[in-house]
Design a protein around this ligand. Structure first.
Ligand code: GDP
Ligand code: GDP
Length: 435
């Protein structure tokens, strides 16, 4: 179950401003592109205990009408495919425009919740101006908001999140759900075929022609698991300049729907910015991860090659370095079984529940030997620790002055946990709580 909201609308209506308000201080993933489209963003937000993802579909900065049409089509297409709720934003300062009409035309036939959002209602008088947007014929409530000062955004968020479940409930099915993610052409389809041994995906040399996503149960090598197969992109050759962006967006849903991701990197290219984007998506969604350096057969090696490769990647993914890196080839099937086993081990790591007594014995001793530094002459006393009953591992440390515990000390606690228990491939959260 993924909760994705897309903000669409013509340029300058305030989409990015709303986006930034929704994701707050959380960092966005920015997709920088040259050409006609502006940066686009993906980020996570939370309202009333419900987490969701936000896509800002960005703006358009060229003047040619043809390209504009194409651009709206792409934005709306993206929204239809990836979003669960669509916000169609218009601008009360400028009023109704032809471009808004163009968007409306495309949105009218979409069978998903669409909300018409009249932005820049900075003062209450503007509410009256907003009624002209009913003429767009979007069959939905009209929300008057000010992205700049926050007016009306609470009501809008209530409405948006009414479509979502709390705590993005994961499948009740206890089989590990594995996703193979990566940029176009890294070898996702080939890897799936090599693992599963069926020519189920059509493997081609052209990026973006893999067919629809599939979600299938397998029993291989004595393991039962589900494969979320989003071997990338559907037929999208015509939107070439967007292929990278689409692959990241596709990955969003796949990642959210899985427990552990095999992140494929092309050995001939190394880990580039977009690969790192996908890695951070996985980390931010607190899913398990194994990194596969695929096409290893194409690399000329000496006895230092793997070490250097690994070192470079760990530097890039820091500080979350506790991740398996496996050198594979879908072509020769080298280490694919190892990769699958590592993936299933990560699932185990991620689902383990530590015994409270043992956790306290080990951690309180570590804390005694290396207590949190004093702040303003006061010492922080950590009394006990428990693992919280969350899907992804998280730990609460109860103490007298939680606000005084710095990131570096939390990092120390996390490292101690990793030293004593196997959380390889699993992001961990550390909370300090008042006791
Ligand atoms: P986008 O192109 O749709 O993403 O629009 P932006 O978020 O970049 O906003 C375009 C312009 O509108 C910027 O100058 C914003 O500061 C301004 N803007 C955004 N929201 C509001 C608002 O609620 N009120 C006012 N007065 N200006 C706003
Ligand atoms: P996807 O877009 O990530 O699904 O990538 P594909 O599985 O379609 O592979 C893209 C291209 O890379 C195809 O031509 C594959 O034959 C080739 N390829 C995939 N894996 C390997 C590998 O391990 N070694 C070599 N040499 N080629 C590979």
């Amino acid at each position: 179950m993924s909760n994705i909201v897309a903000i669409v609308g013509r340029p300058n209506v305030g989409k990015s401003t709303l986006f930034n308000r929704l994701i707050g201080s959380r960092k966005a993933i920015v997709n920088e592109e040259s050409g006609v489209t502006r940066d686009r963003n993906y980020g996570k937000s939370e309202w009333n205990g419900k987490e969701f993802s936000v896509i800002d579909t960005g703006g358009y900065v060229s003047n040619s009408d043809d390209i504009f049409e194409e651009e709206i089509n792409k934005q709306v297409l993206l929204a239809i495919e990836e979003a669960d709720v669509i916000l169609f934003m218009v601008d009360t300062e400028i009023g109704l425009t032809d471009l808004d009409q163009n968007f409306a035309k495309l949105l009218r036939n979409i069978q998903k919740p669409i909300y018409l959002v009249a932005n820049k209602v900075d003062t209450s008088e503007r509410i009256y101006d907003a009624s002209e947007f009913y003429r767009l014929g979007i069959n939905s409530d009209l929300f008057c908001i000010s992205s700049a000062n926050g007016f009306g955004t609470g009501e809008l968020l209530d409405k948006i999140t009414s479509h979502f479940q709390t705590d993005s409930v994961e499948s009740t099915d206890h089989l590990p759900r594995i996703t193979i993610v990566g940029r176009p052409n890294v070898g996702k389809s080939s890897t799936i075929n090599a693992l599963i041994g069926e020519e189920r995906n059509i493997v081609t040399e052209i990026a973006g022609t893999t067919r629809d996503s599939l979600y299938t149960r397998y029993n291989r090598f004595g393991h039962d698991f589900l494969l979320v197969d989003t071997a990338g992109l559907r037929k999208k050759a015509k939107v070439n300049e967007d292929v990278e962006f689409y692959s990241v967006m596709r990955s969003v849903r796949a990642i959210e729907d899985s427990d552990v991701c095999m992140l494929l990197i092309d050995a001939t290219r190394g880990m580039e910015a977009q690969d790192l984007n996908i890695f951070h998506l996985i980390e931010r969604n607190r899913k398990g991860v194994v990194i596969l350096i695929n096409k290893w057969d194409l690399i000329e090696k000496d006895n230092k090659t793997t070490l250097l490769f690994e070192k470079e990647i760990r530097e890039k993914i820091a500080p979350f370095r506790d991740v398996d890196i496996i050198f594979t080839s879908a072509l020769t099937k080298q280490r694919l079984l190892k990769a699958l086993e590592a993936t299933l081990k990560v699932y185990e790591n991620r689902t383990q529940k530590l015994k409270t007594s043992e956790l306290n014995r080990v951690m309180l001793e570590a804390i005694e030997n290396y207590p949190p530094p004093m702040v303003k002459g006061k010492s922080v006393k950590i009394k006990y620790v428990t693992q919280l009953p969350t899907h992804a591992p998280s730990f609460a440390f109860y103490c007298n002055l939680p606000q005084y515990v710095k990131e570096t000390y939390k990092r120390f606690l996390e490292n101690k946990i990793r030293e004593n228990w196997d959380f390889t491939g699993v992001p961990i959260q550390i909370f300090m709580r008042k006791k």
